[in-house]
Design a protein around this ligand. Structure first.
Ligand SMILES: [Zn+2]
Length: 416
């Protein structure tokens, strides 16, 4: 085995053309895409991807969740494969690159290896995870979640879209129910290349994000109980004001997040006042706090402090208080060896890079539960994603794919 050569690059025109061709399937209303999971458009996108994979000499496996695994043989029949992938499904008003870039860059890695005559010890498997977005069937990252043992297959099959159609029935209907047991495959490594979906790389003028962590989160739902009363005739001294308690808690959440800089975030996104009338003090206030951090200790510390101080705020105002955790992910630390291989690939290629933490969830976060995994980010214009106006440049797409090629070939072991 030798180190990858200096001239090892992907074909940027071919990658870009493939992105544009895939974007013709399930066009949106404003230049993006609507290719939601298990729709006819999803089926059409899968067939196009399969045709390209056939042309590149890959063999297909499909599991019982509909995830596509396209294999390029290695020289050692006993070596576990290196997986490269992301998702082809989109939000209802999604962009052309979220997920799609990672799948088609994986394909481009294999196409370039074919062009360059590169053989590897480990096979390479380009992967299209089913239902990453979770827009039609909640939750997000459903197939990779079943793969990692987070959800059962039965639970996933029973998920319903807004029309009451189930995942299991729709998977059969579009003809992509596979035979493989979900999660039976073992991975030597997993790489996912994705657009950042945030503004940092562009602002710092960096081509490559070396993703070290995925942040964890807690969603806390607070229910505050005050006393419904006339806002005009109730003296200030007689009020049990749940709205005031909520306001103080929102301010406190901001303080807690700011005390945990850098890296932690916290805020309130949803509020329900009841009865929600302009001249009635609210009897009940329900609101959700979303806190996130890549550091488990900080994340759990923020939750404990928010709950303690919220109880004190409510007690001082005589407001009743309860809190329930309605969502949670543990933070993910990506595999240090793979992270280092990405960083070295960027350095060898002369691309500017910085460490970055993923603010969003990805299939890589579940893959990391069962295999060494990591991610590569490229910038996106104004950090915009989950929006039809999502945009990246051809050069940005190519730089990350070059890094992916180099890191994957190194991890899969180049054979002379
Ligand atoms: Zn995505």
């Amino acid at each position: 085995m030798t180190a990858p050569g200096e001239n090892m690059r992907i074909n940027s025109d071919r990658l870009w053309d493939s992105l544009m061709d895939m974007a013709k399937i399930g066009p949106g209303v404003a230049g993006g895409n609507n290719r939601q999971t298990l729709t006819d458009e999803d089926g059409e996108g899968r067939h196009l991807f399969k045709r390209w994979c056939d042309e590149a000499g890959l063999t297909m496996g499909v599991d019982k969740m509909g995830t596509m695994f396209m294999t390029r043989r290695g020289t050692d029949p006993d070596a576990l494969p290196v997986y490269v992938g992301s998702h082809l499904d989109t939000q209802p008003t999604g962009g052309k690159y979220d997920g799609v870039l990672g799948v088609l860059a994986g394909l481009e890695v294999v196409r370039s290896m074919n062009d360059l005559g590169i053989k590897t010890k480990h096979p390479i498997v380009v992967t299209n995870w089913a239902n990453e977005e979770g827009a039609r069937f909640a939750p997000a990252m459903l197939a990779s979640g079943v793969f990692a043992g987070i959800h059962t297959l039965e639970h996933a099959y029973g998920r319903k879209d807004p029309d009451g159609l189930t995942y299991g029935d729709e998977l059969k209907r579009i003809g992509w129910l596979g035979e493989e047991e979900v999660g039976a495959r073992k991975m030597h490594a997993y790489f996912e290349y994705h657009i950042e979906q945030g503004p940092l790389l562009e602002a710092e003028n960096k081509q490559i994000g070396v993703v070290t962590h995925c942040q964890g989160l807690w969603w806390l739902e607070f229910t505050l109980t005050g006393k419904e009363a006339h806002t005009g005739s109730t003296p200030m001294s007689h009020r049990v004001n749940a709205g005031l308690a909520m306001a103080r808690i929102i301010e406190m959440v901001q303080t807690v997040a700011m005390d945990n800089q850098p890296g932690c975030v916290g805020g309130v996104g949803q509020v329900k006042f009841s009865p929600n009338s302009r001249n009635v003090l609210p009897g009940t206030v329900i609101f959700t706090v979303d806190i996130r951090s890549p550091d488990q200790t900080k994340l759990d510390g923020m939750r404990a402090r928010i709950e303690k101080e919220a109880a004190e705020i409510c007690s001082a105002l005589g407001v009743g208080y309860s809190v329930e955790a309605v969502g949670h992910f543990d933070p993910v630390t990506f595999d240090p060896t793979l992270v280092a291989s990405v960083r070295k690939a960027a350095e060898d290629l002369g691309y500017s890079h910085m460490n970055i933490i993923s603010g969003a969830g990805h299939d890589a976060c579940w893959a990391a539960k069962v295999a060494p995994a990591t991610m590569i980010f490229c910038p996106c214009v104004d950090g915009l994603s989950h929006n039809e106006a999502e945009e990246i440049s051809k050069d940005w797409a190519a730089a990350g794919a070059d890094v992916l090629l180099r890191a994957v070939v190194e991890t899969a072991g180049i054979v002379e």
